[in-house]
Write a protein that binds this ligand. Sequence first.
Ligand code: 5RP
Length: 241
Amino acid sequence: MINNHVIADKVMKEMASELNLKKVVAEKAVDDYVKDGMTVGLGTGSTSEYAVRRVGELVKNGFRLKCVATSERTADLAQRLGIELCDLNDVDHIDVTIDGADEVDPAKQLIKGLGGALLREKIVAAASLAEVIIVDSSKLVEKLGVKTPLPVEVVPYGYKKTAYALESQGCKAKLRMSGGIPFVTDAGNYIYDCKFESIESPFFLESRIDVIPGVVENGLFLNTADAVLVSHPDGTVTKIV
Ligand code: 5RP
């Protein structure tokens, strides 16, 4: 019993410190990059959630911001915080988007999409003058794919056939599930989490995946990040530019 308490306490402390690292990097990104009057892209995920909350504080303090959300989940949170949301079609451009990532390599290439929002995240990133990525140091890798699978969004029609084609690229493709049924994205699609041993040539792999019929988008975000802010266990934040 005592041992269980000790273990639970340790797990809670580890969770708390991980959450704080997300908060630290998210708040620094908002404070450094978001200025009054801007149009801001709001990312998706547990790290981005802290950024959205900080944006909400700025709005409460009088900042006039227009925001574009990268998912329904983020839009719900933003609405609850009183943040003005716009349709992407109604803005000329986005000044800065702050979003999380699942893996970051030394050249700032990313894997995103474990949170299921890769499609809108990629569209919003493409419309942004600056894409700022916020991660804690556990997300840094020497080569993409070593830790996490590559999420690939596919249309539901013939999805098992799409999976065979994905696996021909050298991965194990696992259909993402939620509550016993396939996870459905905001666009009504499915996601395959494709585990490679590592991704040796991200640009080549992306070109192969993108031509598979049924693939909507992949989670490789190549040459997308303008800056990556990284929080470290000692509480410091460094920047990769
Ligand atoms: C969602 C994403 C997220 O940014 C990514 O999964 C990181 O999430 P978290 O901050 O919760 O680790 O790409 O589609």
